[in-house]
Design a protein around this ligand. Sequence first.
Ligand code: OGA
Ligand code: MN
Length: 287
Amino acid sequence: MSLSVTRIGKSFVAEVGGVDLSQPLDSETAEQIRQAWWDNSILVFRDQDITDEQHVAFSHNFGELQGHSVTAWLSRDHPEILVLSSKGRSGAMPLKNGGAYWHSDITYEAVPPMGSILHGITIPPEGGDTLYADMYAAYDALDDETKALIDGRMAIHNYQLRYIKMTEGGARPAPTAEQLAEWQDVRHPVVLKNPDSGRKALFVNEGFTVSIEGLGKEESDALLEKLFAHSEKPEFVYAHKWRPHDIVMWDNRCTMHSATDFDDNKYERTMQRTTIKGTALQQAAAA
Ligand code: OGA
Ligand code: MN
């Protein structure tokens, strides 16, 4: 059976069929999936009831894997797997809606991940969708004045503020001294060039971007607020309604995502993620 790649919903999501992710991929299929990933940003695979080992093995087709600085969320058996489970799983601490705010993964590190691969295991019958935003389209749709203002600029990203906000809501355990020391400011281009597609993407997110360099606080806050509101507009967003054993993989350099709420008193939601290491981000050349 040969691979099929079919655009769904918006212009940046494709469903991939004709492949069994429990089996090792031949090099041609792996290359076709990589190409489809650069062409589409988000790939959806249905009905892939894979084991943790198979999830890790599949992920290695795209690069080296990384863990997470909150090690309590990692699977004890497979530390390459981040467990987002309202009940906890494989020794990992329960976590309800790990990413229930707009963000790209781990942009608070000096070299953010290239992408993530999420396996939906236990899916609530209502709620718990994942929203994805197309940050190429969001960049392209900006007016020329805004593009001129942000092209060539750097933004500061930091995890501390977000994490502390989550602990105040009771959704996270108190950070350790090591974590606080590790979560320092990092700088990333506001507009990056994705080396795998050559395209320009807006690269700021509500989760972790705290300011834009070279602007006063008021101007920076106002510009970030405007860029967040712009990129979260429905026209750039695809809502993924999970079925058990969906695999969704996103290019983290040109998309953002946010989990939607669900009733964790009534339902369990369990997802597992592998995270592909990135390479140093490239500033896009000014228009
Ligand atoms: C993630 C994440 C959202 C979700 O896996 O990185 O943010 O819907 N998950 O579980
Ligand atoms: Mn996430």
